[in-house]
Design a protein around this ligand. Structure first.
Ligand code: NAD
Ligand code: GLY
Length: 366
């Protein structure tokens, strides 16, 4: 069984295929993508051993000339140095403008390979094969591709849409539990920002998702991709609406930055950030306390942290928020729940004393 969600961007529209064991159908699915016979498959050693080697063999058997290129596992792969290694490999393999770049892995591989695809020969056909839950529900969809600068994450990049996304749900069975939880944070985010019924469905089905029940996973990934596709279809370059996807990210990014990206997985920091935003909404009278507790409970059911660690100075978090790349003209902006669940608003926060109080309170559960 396969479902397909379309990201509607006129001539740059593309399908997201979601289902079990879709990687086995890749040679057939590639026929829709209008690519040449040469492929650069980018992955990391971990995912390569699980899926990359078999996939490269299947593609070779189907008549493609495949260059398999491995990048290091983890965030350290999103560097100019690793992008340069991909340019060298592409040059040596004599890729041409119809050669396709396939990103097999999580958000790290997708962001780096997408950045490479966007820039080599001024743009190669790009195909996302996400193998983490976070990548299937978020990073493989919407065309944000990037590498990191030593001073800031994701600051060198582009909007470059893939031709095709293939989310094989069977790959999630080999993911560590912690990576499932980090993806679930983004899934819960979609319920809060855009779909109250989906939030209620998540409350009722979180234990099935924790067990990776195929039918429940299919609903969660499809629903998440539909919401992201709708938002990106209306505001591809984040001029306005797309900013709602950053719910939980203002405080979440700050927490990741002050802990040197070494303590929290992205979704864990976003979960804590969602609770900071919920508490701000309560303080501003946009949400009531039982609603914020409902969000806290769902995040906990997904195995996610919900409080700020004791040792982190509130001032350093606020400074990190003020340096975030999404700050425009120095205005600190939060995405806050309003008519919870299912709706959010963008809110400028000028009362820094109130924000500091909320951050201090965020060290304890509601
Ligand atoms: P990741 O890519 O580091 O993957 C997490 C871990 O899971 C890695 O060790 C990886 O090797 C392993 N892994 C991947 N697939 C596996 C599988 N099927 N079985 C077993 N292990 C597997 O992390 P992530 O959470 O997927 O992505 C995080 C990155 O995504 C960050 O760099 C973040 O900036 C980026 N991101 C981008 C967007 C976007 O819109 N472009 C959105 C959100 C996050
Ligand atoms: N992950 C946020 C976005 O794609 O806009």
């Amino acid at each position: 069984m396969r479902t397909t969600v379309t990201v509607d961007l006129g001539p740059r529209s593309y399908p997201i295929h979601i289902g079990q064991h879709l990687l086995a159908e890749l040679p057939e699915l590639l026929q829709q993508a209008d690519i040449g016979r040469q492929i650069m498959l980018v992955t990391n050693p971990n995912v390569d051993a699980l899926y990359g080697q078999n996939l490269a063999s299947a593609l070779t058997q189907a008549g493609y000339k495949v260059t398999r290129t491995l990048v290091p596992d983890g965030e350290q792969a999103k560097t100019l140095e690793q992008a340069a290694a991909l340019y060298d490999a592409a040059f040596a393999a004599r890729l041409d403008r119809r050669s396709a770049v396939l990103a097999l892995g999580g958000g790290v591989v997708g962001d780096l390979a997408g950045f490479f695809a966007a820039t080599y020969l001024r743009g190669l056909p790009f195909i996302q094969l996400p193998t983490t839950l976070l990548a299937q529900v978020d990073s493989s969809v919407g065309g944000k591709v990037a590498i990191n600068h030593p001073g800031a994450k994701n600051i060198i990049g582009a909007f470059y849409q893939p031709r095709l996304v293939i989310a094989d749900l069977a790959t999630l069975t080999t993911l560590p539990k912690r990576e499932i939880s980090t993806g679930l944070a983004e899934v819960i985010k979609y319920g809060v920002i855009a779909d109250g019924e989906f939030f209620v469905w998540l409350e009722e089905n979180m234990s099935r998702l924790g067990r990776l029940e195929p039918a429940a996973l299919a609903v969660a990934v499809e629903k998440s991709c539909r919401i992201k596709a709708q938002v990106v279809g209306r505001d591809e370059r984040e001029q306005s609406l797309r900013a709602i996807l950053n719910f939980g990210h203002t405080a979440g990014h700050a927490l990741e930055a002050v802990t040197d990206y070494a303590v929290y997985r992205h979704g864990e920091a976003v979960a804590i950030g969602m609770m900071v935003a919920a508490r701000l909404a309560v303080a501003l009278g946009m949400m009531d306390l039982p609603q914020a507790r409902r969000l806290q409970h769902l995040l906990q059911m997904a195995g996610l942290p919900v409080t700020l660690p004791e040792g982190i100075a509130v001032d350093s978090l606020i400074t990190a928020m003020q340096h975030d790349k999404k700050i425009i003209s120095g205005r600190l902006t939060f995405v806050l729940p309003a008519s919870f669940p299912g709706h959010v608003v963008l809110q400028h926060i000028t009362d820094i004393a109130l924000l500091a109080d909320v951050l201090r309170a965020s060290r304890y559960e509601l």
